[in-house]
Unconditional design. Structure first.
Length: 158
């Protein structure tokens, strides 16, 4: 394994993971929690995406994980859920992303069955949404010559 400092998410990666959780919450209409797990146990950092279970939801046939708790680093807006800092939440495991040193791969996506199902040199390659640019940013492509002026129709009197 290479230097373990290389196996952590960059600030940009963490922001992208947080925005992905927020986009998934909006898309699914359910809160999506993402917890960043540090590299102290495994030698690489990883992020786990999960949906909190409803109180009466049957979890016997789904992969379940615990998200949160003391010292947990949750990313994004947590789908609007007020997350208590010392409380853990039983959640449906969606998928995870881990850092790796398998050149040229830097990121591995793990599906809900625990199987590797995507590999990428960039994080954007394995995420479900392209959040690499700001959709609200000014678009420099709309220069004045690209804008057509339409003359309003003259008012006719009868």
């Amino acid at each position: 394994m290479t230097d373990s400092t290389a196996l952590v998410f960059s600030t940009e990666d963490i922001e992208l993971l947080a925005r992905t959780a927020d986009a998934l919450s909006s898309y699914l209409g359910k809160p999506v929690l993402v917890e960043l797990i540090d590299a102290s146990e495994t030698g690489f950092e990883w992020a786990i995406f999960a949906i909190p279970l409803d109180i009466n939801e049957d979890d016997s046939d789904i992969p379940v994980v615990q998200i949160g708790g003391a010292n947990a680093q949750l990313l994004g807006s947590q789908g609007g859920v007020h997350v208590n800092e010392n409380e853990t939440y039983t959640c449906r495991f969606m998928w995870a992303v881990q850092r790796t040193d398998l050149e040229p791969v830097k990121y591995i996506k793990i599906n809900h069955d625990g199987e590797e199902n995507a590999w990428g040199e960039t994080l954007q390659e394995i995420l479900p949404f392209d959040l690499s640019s700001d959709p609200l940013a000014d678009d420099d492509e709309n220069t004045p010559e690209d804008v057509a002026f339409i003359q309003p129709a003259p008012q006719q009197r009868h």
